[in-house]
Design a protein around this ligand. Structure first.
Ligand code: S3P
Ligand code: PEP
Length: 450
């Protein structure tokens, strides 16, 4: 009987590139934008549209959870102008119809940080109990910043005392809100979560981060930009406020018509393919202005040996056939670390990736997983206190384990382009944010392998 390629234990032979890639890759919508847009549309006072939403495990879990709390989300195929990069044509669109939020309901967060952090504040606004549960890994991911803050702001939440999932929010139909201090050094999503629902709290919300460092600042800027786009008033450190303090004024949110940008972090493996094979990749609709952390790839992959040009057609990225090591702080753009580590393992000099200790609490412990898997292929990676030190070595084939982490799977695929006989365990785990990955990857390589 043929092996089921979607079984978690299945091994996917990562395609080995036989030449330089030359491809145009249409990357689906951003997970982070789609899930923020869904929350904001659900909290608005009128219906809104999301065009070109990402359809992946994380976003379908978000949509399912909001529906369970009473929100209407209709999926349609639209034929309107997209607005993104001027492209016209048919595309999927979701119409979000807000309604009085209500329980009882059960929310499956899967292993989506955005769902497990953004929705408990929404649930405090529901009338009734909202139970949150998810994958075993979701029990280990930090949530205390959200739970403790919501309790201080007036919410009733039952958890098992660990400050983590599973938990029940006893929604009272409204939340008082006001000022709150949190330590968000383990996840920027604590701050984003409180800000997103903030306009609907009676007093709004003022979030003060009091911990050491704060990761993923571009994702907080994304939250602020998207809140402002739906009419919220937000004061930030950048707009003249105090450092590490964000303030959201209470008020109604508008229903908007938003086109979701391509996911630039999911563009990473395709850009990496150009770098690794000395080829060329065009990503259409790359935004000229964006808060997505993936935009930093233009600079990072250029420093590693590539070159890029942002044109009316999108981002054209080329590799020169040589990859250089890099010493870089990835604290702002942590989700790019697995892909950068994979490229760095194939470089002509060592790399140091810093500022990402919080990755130990992502989908898996990414620092441990990258170290183990690259080393099992013959690599020389060591973990540091806040990142990785990578000394390139001649690699050989083998099984690349993925720990149910989509970015481990795409990192393994990047290595497989340059190293024969790399087999990726459970490539289907890419469905978390990019269900089409295997097809897009083989499509990029074409019938002749590149
Ligand atoms: O808000 C978001 O959409 C995200 C924020 C970041 O989380 P952390 O700050 O927990 O790293 C990022 O890694 C994650 O992929 C998406
Ligand atoms: C850390 C990530 O996801 P999450 O939203 O689950 O935190 C990621 O996508 O790299």
């Amino acid at each position: 009987m043929a092996a089921n390629p979607t079984a978690p234990t299945a091994l996917w032979p990562a395609p080995h590139a036989r030449g330089a890639v030359d491809a145009t890759v249409h990357v689906p919508g951003s997970k982070s934008v789609t899930n923020r847009a869904l929350v904001l549309a659900a909290l608005a006072s009128e219906p809104g549209w999301l065009r070109r939403p990402l359809r992946s495990r994380d976003t379908l879990l978000m949509a399912g959870a909001l529906r369970a709390m009473g929100v209407g989300i209709e999926e349609t195929v639209s034929s309107s102008s997209s607005g993104a990069g001027g492209t016209e044509g048919c595309g999927e669109a979701w119409r979000v119809i807000p309604a009085g939020l209500r329980g009882p309901a059960t929310v499956d967060v899967g292993n989506a940080g955005t769902v497990m952090r953004f929705l408990p504040p929404v649930a405090t606004l529901a009338a009734g109990d909202i139970r949150f549960d998810g994958d075993p890994r979701s029990y280990e991911r930090p949530l205390h910043g959200v739970i403790d803050a919501l309790r201080l702001l007036g919410a009733r939440i039952d958890d098992d005392g660990r400050g983590a999932l599973p938990l029940t929010v006893h929604g009272g139909g409204a939340l008082e809100g006001g000022p709150v201090s949190i330590d968000a050094s383990s996840s920027s999503q604590f701050v984003s979560a409180l800000l997103l629902s903030g306009p609907r709290f009676n007093q709004g919300v003022e979030v003060r981060h009091v911990g050491a460092s704060l990761p993923s600042l571009p994702h907080i800027r994304m939250t602020v930009d998207m809140l402002r786009a739906v009419g919220a008033q937000v004061d930030t450190p950048e707009s003249g406020g105090e450092p590490n303090v964000w303030r959201v004024t209470p008020g109604a949110l508008l229903g908007r018509d938003l086109t979701v940008e391509p996911d630039l972090s999911n563009a990473q493996p395709f850009l990496a393919a150009a770098l690794v094979t000395g080829g060329r990749v065009l990503i259409p609709d790359w935004p000229s202005r964006t808060t997505q952390p993936g935009d930093r790839l233009r600079e990072i992959f250029t420093e590693m040996g590539g070159s890029c040009e942002l044109t009316d057609h999108g981002l054209e990225f080329s590799g020169a056939g040589r990859i250089h090591g890099i010493d870089v702080d990835l604290g702002d753009v942590g989700e790019l670390t697995p892909g950068i580590a994979a490229v760095a393992a194939l470089a002509d000099s060592p790399s140091t990736l810093r500022g990402v200790s919080h990755l130990r609490l992502h989908e898996t412990d990414r620092l441990a997983a990258l170290t183990k898997e690259i080393n099992e292929l013959g690599g020389d990676v060591t973990e540091t206190a806040d990142g990785l030190h990578i000394r390139p070595r001649a690699l050989h084939g083998g099984v690349f384990h993925t720990y149910e982490d989509h970015r481990m799977a795409t990192a393994g695929a990047i290595i497989g382009l340059a190293v024969e006989d790399v087999r990726i365990e459970n490539v289907a785990t890419t469905a978390k944010t990019l269900p089409d990955f295997p097809d897009l990857w083989t499509g990029m390589l074409g019938s002749d392998g590149a």
